[in-house]
Design a protein around this ligand. Sequence first.
Ligand SMILES: CC(C)(COP(=O)(O)OP(=O)(O)OC[C@H]1O[C@@H](n2cnc3c(N)ncnc32)[C@H](O)[C@@H]1OP(=O)(O)O)[C@@H](O)C(=O)NCCC(=O)NCCS
Length: 168
Amino acid sequence: MTAEVTLRVATPADGRAVGALLRASYPVLMRAGYDEAVLKGALPLMTRANPTLLSSGTYYVAETGSGLMVGCGGWTRERPGTGEVLPQLGHIRHFATHPDWIGRGIGRAIHDRCEEAARSAGVTRFECYASRNAAGFYAALGFSALREIAVPMGPDVAFPSVLMARTI
Ligand SMILES: CC(C)(COP(=O)(O)OP(=O)(O)OC[C@H]1O[C@@H](n2cnc3c(N)ncnc32)[C@H](O)[C@@H]1OP(=O)(O)O)[C@@H](O)C(=O)NCCC(=O)NCCS
């Protein structure tokens, strides 16, 4: 990762900055995988910072030396949406890099931090509900695409995604 950026565990106090980062990243970078109609319905729901993740201890933010938040992402034992927990399985959650900072290893560094922490906690496999535009990123990290899925975002919104997985 680029030397001027460091990672730390997120806290609930990061909610405003994480929300701003999601709103800077998703509408721009997800255009590569979705048409405007799909994004219009899903983005307001997807770009809210998740309080449960922020207090999980397994969600991370990347910051520059001047304190600018340029990346976020984490993992949980709970399956997104259902909360189901299966032994040795972890779930990749809410990754974003600021569009001005993509391609500098920030997403990979956050993933590597997730992998290290998850392994220490006995997790042996990661699953991810990858947005279409991010499937190439997860493939570069060693994930395999299993199938297309529609991820429920709210009562009337399902977001077309790719179920991906890797052994860690
Ligand atoms: C996906 C995302 C987090 C990647 O962040 P990033 O900081 O640019 O990723 P990195 O620079 O660490 O890239 C790591 C590797 O993935 C590859 N990669 C990154 N984005 C890619 C893409 N869209 N397609 C193909 N490969 C990609 C890089 O080339 C790099 O490969 P290498 O290490 O073998 O050279 C970022 O593009 C993003 O925020 N997208 C919008 C939000 C989103 O879709 N999040 C995922 C929700 S499931």
